[in-house]
Design a protein around this ligand. Sequence first.
Ligand code: NAP
Length: 321
Amino acid sequence: MSVEKVVIIGSGPAGLTAAIYAARASLSPLCFEGFNAGGLIPGGQLMFTTEVENFPGFPHGVMGPELMKAMRDQGERCGARYIREDVQAVDFRQRPFTVKSDSRAVQAHAVIIATGARANWLNLPNEQRLAQSGGGVSACAVCDGALPMFRGQDLVVVGGGDSAIEEGSYLTKFARKVYLVHRRDQLRASKAMQDRFFRLVREGKMEPVWDSIVTDVLGEKTISGVQLRDVKTGAERELPCKGLFLAIGHTPNTDLFRGALETDDKGYLKTRPGSTHTSIEGVFAAGDVADHVYRQAVTAAGTGCMAALDAERWLAAQGID
Ligand code: NAP
């Protein structure tokens, strides 16, 4: 089995930026891009986004999939190699490390993990059915909110964090009204986001539904409402709506590494402060898989760059270049 210098797992902005930098350092990186939505999605979460307005260098915005294609092409031009497969297993117990996908096993002196994170769902049966059929249930308002089916309608966002407020306020551009359903009567969101929320409430564009959880999603082909339960009184009621958007946090894609690498209590990979070194020498982490705070394309790209530089220096220190 040949031994790769650097294997990259994941192909969002973190993985692809690591690929560009590692390729330019003549490390000829091999990048497992992922294949399906079971976690590793080629191109990562930006493939589900429409316009990205905050990636520097694009004053008129850029479409998420277009940005990812450009990053991929740039890596390829620099000498990165891509495999469109999910990684099924890793063995970091001995060096060189082993990385296995469906069709092959490769050995690697260094591994960069950039498997990202995925949105959480409530996992209600009708939620999944209507999400998969495009029936008006989504875990990404920014991706789907501008669809014609939501214009002028009443919409529901679930969650009380920054994402819920950000996504809810985005939806007010299209909706008649956005209801924010939160399981407590206090928001987790930052002060600035709370200010934004209460301003929108005063303007009649948003309305809080406190102490409530969604217990079912109603509707056959498209959503017609949600069933709510007041967690304090136990009372159930129906709230008519034409869209349901979940904003209840993310889960890092770290199942593959459970037990092998140190994680925090939410499952995010731990890195040495100010670097991308994980708990195993020669294994590096970049992007959302190690970041539950910033979660931006540009920060993912930044840490992808750091991971490639850290890997390059670490390999050089091992006498591998
Ligand atoms: P988060 O802060 O973890 O908030 C998740 C929210 O969902 C919480 O209010 C939580 O309720 C609720 N929740 C979780 N599981 C639930 C369930 N099963 N049923 C009902 N509600 C549930 O996640 P986030 O809002 O995605 O933010 C993640 C990080 O990204 C944060 O650090 C945030 O500051 C950052 N972020 C920043 C911005 C920005 O500044 N522009 C935008 C988005 C995200 P409880 O409050 O009761 O736990």
